[in-house]
Design a protein around this ligand. Structure first.
Ligand code: FAD
Length: 370
């Protein structure tokens, strides 16, 4: 049987089960990169379940206050995750890196917004951190210290450096692919802003919840914290390497070539909710980036934005039998609070969240609905 006939047969089986109300109904809140990777990994576990994603906003609008997925460069490197156990960071990063490397070496990498770049992390001080290796050194490709010869090409203030290769994603393009892949397997996507989980409590047997910064209001998670980042996208196809360094706690400088542009950044302003562009920051980003790659002064600015990373003391990835305001109890798996590393972790977290959904279904006898 060809792929299309198999798909038609599966659709008609699902339709029959739906009519008999025998299909397990799984609701995923959040249509960002975390919600979509969770939803697709759930589909891989339960091919005959009806999986529905509910999101207030979808890519490419998940930007600024609407969410974070379309804001990132997005560079694969697990940083700014202090409260999340290193073993989990490693596991999630490796799973995501492996998944994206497969896409990169496939025929559609460019179309799906996935590229690979090597480059330099630079340091203005020599210390324990600059000496390395970082905990993710074995996960990404070819981490090593930059040689004195390599360092000699940079401004004198840079005293130390690392060289490594990693995957870079244009999340706007890549998330469109996740939507297509999800729909192709029979997934349903609904646009709706929820004030409370009670609104959909009776619609599903089990839930996954990835509302990003929206967890602050929807789940009353007061540990959520915006981490503002301002970026510029330029056209500079001659820039092939990435570069980055931390100026101070809230001032970053980075240059990251993606499939269709080069991202210049940035900031890391913890607690700042305002996504209005700040012209002084734009100027500072351009000055800092051209100090490292002077030819960027000829690059044309194609876009500029500020977004909010969904910060939390640690990523929340766990199951809860949650009692809602109405008193109804739901089975829910949370997967949110990835801060500045949501793209880096998304596939590994989606796999683990789907595993927790499977456990919840099996342990609570929900499987018997099938
Ligand atoms: C400037 C910047 C640079 C970044 N750079 C990188 C990088 O280089 N590498 C990296 O790994 N990560 C990076 N990130 C972080 C990364 O983008 C995020 O961690 C990731 O996108 C979070 O995805 P998410 O799906 O959890 O949240 P979001 O993308 O915010 O999605 C949340 C979803 O939930 C929905 N939602 C929220 N509330 C409700 C509600 N009440 N009802 C219904 N739906 C709701 C939203 O509409 C949306 O669909 C960066 C982020 C920013 C802002």
């Amino acid at each position: 049987m060809g792929a299309h006939s198999q798909y038609v047969a599966l659709r008609s089986l699902l339709q029959k089960k739906r009519e008999l109300k025998m299909v397990l109904r799984i609701g995923v809140v959040g249509a960002g990169i975390e919600g979509m990777s969770t939803a697709i990994n759930i589909q891989r576990q339960f091919i005959d379940a009806q999986v529905t994603v509910i999101g207030a906003d979808f890519s490419p609008r998940i930007r600024g206050k609407a969410g974070s997925t379309n804001c990132g460069a997005a560079f694969i490197m697990p940083e700014f995750l202090a409260g999340t156990p290193q073993e989990l960071q490693k596991q999630w990063t490796k799973a995501t890196h492996d998944h994206l490397v497969k896409i990169y070496y496939g025929p559609d990498a460019n179309r799906l917004g996935v590229n690979m770049a090597s480059g330099y992390a630079l340091f203005t001080e020599i210390g324990e951190i600059s000496k390395g290796p970082p905990h993710w050194a074995e996960t990404l490709f070819g981490w090593r210290k930059a040689t004195p010869e390599e360092m000699s090409v940079f401004p004198e203030k840079f005293l130390d450096g690392w060289n490594f290769g990693t995957i870079v994603v244009n999340p706007g393009i890549y998330t469109e692919y996740l939507y297509d892949r999800f729909r192709l397997r029979g997934g349903k996507i609904v646009q709706r802003r929820l004030e409370s989980m009670d609104e959909i409590a009776n619609d599903f047997d089990v839930f996954a919840c990835s509302p990003g910064l929206g967890a602050f209001e929807l789940l009353k998670d007061e540990t959520m914290m915006p981490m503002r980042g301002q970026l510029i996208a330029v056209s500079a196809p001659w820039v092939k390497f990435f570069y980055g360094y931390e100026k101070d706690d809230e001032t970053l400088c980075y240059i990251i070539p993606r499939v269709n542009d080069v991202i210049l950044g940035g900031t890391f302003q913890v607690g700042e909710w305002d996504t209005t562009l700040d012209a002084d920051i734009t100027k500072r980003i351009l000055d800092d980036c051209t100090e490292i790659v002077p030819s960027l002064k000829h690059a044309k600015i194609v876009d500029e934005w500020a977004g909010l990373r969904p910060g939390r003391p640690s990523v929340r990835l766990e199951y809860e039998h949650r009692e809602l305001d109405s008193g109804k109890k739901i089975h829910v798996v949370y997967n949110y609070g990835h801060g500045g590393a949501g793209v880096t972790l998304h596939w590994g977290c989606g796999q683990m969240a789907a595993g927790f959904v499977k456990d919840a279904i099996e342990k609570n006898g929900l499987r018997s609905l099938l």
